[in-house]
Ligand binder design. Sequence first.
Ligand code: URA
Length: 239
Amino acid sequence: MSAKTQRLDKFLTAATDLTRSLAKKALHRGEVTVNGVMVKDSGLQIHATDKVCWLDEPLELVGLRYLIMNKPLGYECSSKSSHNPLVTDLLGDLVNKDKIQPVGRLDVNTSGLLLLTDDGQWLHRIISPKYRKAKVYRATLAEPLVADAEARVTEGLQLDGDALPTLPAKLERLAPQLMHLTLTEGRYHQVRRMFAALGNHVDALHREAVGHLWLDEQQLAPGQWRELTSAEMDLIAAK
Ligand code: URA
């Protein structure tokens, strides 16, 4: 099942200046197509990948798209880049892809779970520190980590140039130079700067989870993306 659907008449009133009753009349007159097929059923459920046209004009899908991507290395999470390709370049010819933004930023040399959406409110709920949404990173370090790192990360680290220490975070050692770091805020280069504050260096960084949603790399290879399912949306939203 796709992440979110909307009734066709509701979609038409949101995407045009038609009232609900005028939208129904347009449907009855056969003026609306969904994926190239004339549709008269106002209750048809529309989802993100559907192409809806009224009088042959494509209509915008707004606030409907919730995507998961396995971000490959070398791609930027911004809207313009002079040096590197953009993660949104990977969306191909998705309808109105210019409305879609990455949910927070992963560095160009970070890979892993990236969410993308055209729903600004949803985006805010995931990146705002107010909601304390956990993000899990796997960091490969240049050297073994100091013994007291867990306690210091739990307490909060003072990062160069920041007024406040980091919020309490969780560090788990998977191997002497392989760590899981779980953060609920998203400061600039935060993971790299936290390990630098612990006297180390991050050689490779990969995001594995956002909220309770973990990236399944068997299902989604680097550079691939798809719509989130409703169950996955729930996993992200869950406390
Ligand atoms: N922290 C970093 O340092 N880089 C990222 O890409 C994400 C979190």
